[in-house]
Design a protein around this ligand. Structure first.
Ligand SMILES: NC(=O)c1ccc[n+]([C@@H]2O[C@H](COP(=O)([O-])OP(=O)(O)OC[C@H]3O[C@@H](n4cnc5c(N)ncnc54)[C@H](OP(=O)(O)O)[C@@H]3O)[C@@H](O)[C@H]2O)c1
Length: 287
């Protein structure tokens, strides 16, 4: 049976480029699901790739619609028996209400992944698309929050509770007093997704020894997409390369798992000093 790849939020931007590159790599029996919450946009994206000789398969999927998630899981189970690669790319950025990116980018990603993980095949790969905004926010929250988010004993439930606390603080109008940074809902959501990656790796390995599944997160760079207001200098096809590399890490890969990648390098993103120096030197762009 062929491999099954799933990419979320793939009707445009980075997700579209990821699907394109996976379709270029895929074997004849493999299936690359181009998923999108909007049917017309998704079908149009599928048609654009078909026009250049590629063969993605469109399926409607909204991270926030549990009925879509369950229907998609059933389809994968019946049609393919399992999944090889999940790329959690879908996200929203601009919102005056920080609970929206947290809900969409963190809770939606977590929900979809938890539904699909029982179908993950041996040597499967999960890539959670992160962003340098995450580590940047991490350097700016209070020391007490830093300690909680970086706690080596943190669990996924604990991380969700920390994010709930942040949202509650926003709703109470006390973000600043409570040690968070105002107007950084997107950065907080991306920090959570990046922290989640390591926690998912630990939990999955504990429950499924010997499966060889690797979770990774990365920043694709400051890309020219709707999310960045078309301000990023990086082309979506270039940004997609690191994601596709992580989505297709070979079965004999024996490096560290659950990590954050910048290009070809693993970066210890909870290292405050590293980011401080990086930004001071003005080397890291972020959106
Ligand atoms: N652009 C950058 O500079 C940059 C930098 C670092 C990281 N990233 C990350 O790269 C990823 C892709 O971003 P992008 O720049 O390509 O943004 P984009 O062009 O705005 O694309 C985002 C995609 O996510 C979809 N989406 C949002 N919420 C969804 C939901 N609930 N269910 C399903 N799909 C949903 C959007 O669908 P609609 O079209 O229906 O809205 C769209 O297809 C994101 O994770 C982002 O955080 C981007």
């Amino acid at each position: 049976m062929g491999k099954v790849y799933v990419v979320t939020g793939a009707n445009k931007g980075l997700g579209f480029s990821i699907v394109k590159q996976l379709c270029e790599l895929k074997g004849p029996d493999d299936t690359v699901y181009l998923t999108s919450r909007n049917v017309s946009f998704g079908m149009y994206a599928e048609a654009r790739l078909k026009q250049i000789g590629l063969a993605p398969t469109f399926h409607q999927l909204d991270l926030l619609e549990i009925t879509f998630i369950k229907a998609f899981v059933d389809l994968i189970k019946e049609k393919h028996g399992g999944i090889d690669v999940l790329v959690n790319n879908a996200a929203v950025a601009r919102s005056r209400m920080p609970n929206i990116p947290v809900w969409n980018n963190y809770s939606g990603t977590l929900s979809l992944t938890e539904h699909l993980l029982p179908l993950m095949k041996k040597n499967g790969r999960v890539v959670n698309v992160g962003c340098r905004s995450g580590p940047r926010v991490f350097t700016r929250i209070s020391d007490a929050h830093k300690k909680s988010f970086a706690d080596p004993n943190l669990t996924i439930e604990g991380l969700t509770a920390l994010m709930d606390k942040y949202v509650a603080s926003y709703k109470a109008g006390t973000v600043k007093q409570d040690g968070y940074v105002p107007n950084t809902g997107y950065g907080m959501s991306k920090m959570a997704v990046m922290r989640l990656t390591k926690l998912q790796q630990i939990k999955f390995d504990k429950e499924n020894a010997g499966m060889g599944v690797i979770f990774s997160t990365c920043c694709p760079g400051f890309i020219c997409t709707d999310l960045s207001g078309l301000r990023g200098p990086v082309k979506p096809d270039d940004g997609a390369q690191v994601v596709v590399k992580l989505a297709t890490l070979p079965a004999d890969f024996n490096g560290m798992k659950g990590e954050f990648w910048e290009g070809h390098e693993i970066v210890e993103w909870l290292d405050k000093q590293y980011w401080k120096e990086k930004w001071t030197r003005g080397k890291a762009g972020y959106c």
